[in-house]
Design a protein around this ligand. Structure first.
Ligand code: PEP
Length: 245
C-alpha cells in the first residue's frame, strides 16, 4: 500500500514572509492522512524545517563537498533539515543542460545521505505530438534512476514539460498510460516489491479544480505541484482531494 504524497515545489519563489503560508497550511491540516512535502528555495529550508511538514530541496550537487561555487551538496541539505530533494526537474534539464547521467548522480548522492530523491521526467510537446512519449520516459527512467532505488529513497514524478505552468493538462487516459508504463518499468527493473512500492506523482498544472480527477487515475500516488503550492488557499484543497481519493 503506497502512502499518498502531496509535494509542493516553490521554485525560485518565496521570501521569509512566505513562511506564513506554511503556518496557514498547518492550521488547515493539523493531522493530514497523506504525506505533505514542501520544497522551498534553499534560503528558507532551515526555517521551514522547524514547521510541521516534511521539507525538501529543489536540487543538489552530485559531490559531497569541494570547489563548486554556488552549489549545495545533499549532505548540506540534510544538515539543514531536508528529507527529500527534487532532481531532474525539466527546468534544470533545460536551463542547466542537465542530462539523465547527472540526474542519476544527483539522485545517488541524495540517497547516500538518507534523502528521498524525487526524480522528475517528462516529454516536450513536440515529442508527444511525434508519439514518442513512452520512448522518452523509458529513456529518462533508465538513465536517471540509480540501481539502488528502494520504495523509501525514490519517488518518480511524471511532469510533461508542456503542462508545467501552462494550464494545459494531459487527458486522464494520457496520464494513466504514462503512469502504468512507469509502474511496469519499475517492476521490471527492481522487482515487484520495490517496483510496486515506489510512489509515482503527476505534475503539471495541478489545481484545486482538477486535482480530484487526476488523483482518480490508477498509479497516480499524488502530485508535484508548482504554482498552486505557493498559497495555502490553493494547496490545501489539493491536499484534501488527495486525502479523499
Ligand atoms: C512543477 O514545476 O513541478 C510544476 C508542476 O509546476 P505547475 O504546477 O505550476 O505546473
Amino acid at each position: 500500500m503506497r502512502r499518498k504524497l502531496a509535494a509542493g515545489n516553490w521554485k525560485m519563489n518565496g521570501l521569509k514572509s512566505q513562511l506564513a503560508e506554511l503556518e496557514a497550511l498547518a492550521k488547515a491540516h493539523p493531522a493530514p492522512s497523506v504525506d505533505v512535502l514542501l520544497c522551498p528555495p534553499v534560503t528558507l529550508l532551515a526555517a521551514a524545517a522547524q514547521g510541521p511538514f516534511c521539507i525538501g530541496a529543489q536540487d543538489c550537487h552530485p559531490n559531497d563537498a569541494g570547489a563548486h561555487t554556488g552549489d549545495i551538496s545533499a549532505q548540506m541539505l540534510r544538515d539543514s533539515g531536508a528529507e527529500a530533494v527534487i532532481v531532474g526537474h525539466s527546468e534544470r534539464r533545460e536551463d542547466h543542460g542537465e542530462h539523465s547521467d547527472i540526474v542519476r548522480a544527483k539522485a545517488r548522492a541524495a540517497q547516500a545521505v538518507g534523502l528521498t530523491a524525487i526524480v522528475c521526467m517528462g516529454e516536450s510537446l513536440v515529442q508527444r505530438e511525434a508519439q514518442n512519449t513512452l520512448d522518452i520516459i523509458g529513456g529518462q527512467l533508465a538513465g536517471s534512476i540509480p540501481d539502488n532505488a528502494t520504495a523509501e529513497n525514490l519517488v518518480v514524478a511524471y511532469e510533461p514539460i508542456w503542462a508545467i505552468g501552462t494550464g494545459l493538462v494531459p487527458s486522464l487516459a494520457q496520464i494513466g498510460e504514462v503512469h502504468d508504463f512507469i509502474r511496469a518499468r519499475l517492476e521490471r527493473r527492481f522487482g515487484a516489491g520495490v517496483g510496486r512500492g515506489v510512489r509515482v506523482l503527476y505534475g503539471g498544472s495541478v489545481k484545486p479544480d482538477n486535482a480530484s480527477e487526476i488523483f482518480s487515475v490508477p498509479n497516480v500516488d499524488g502530485a508535484l505541484v508548482g504554482g498552486a503550492s505557493l498559497k495555502a488557499a490553493d494547496f490545501s484543497p489539493i491536499i484534501s482531494a488527495l486525502e479523499t481519493s
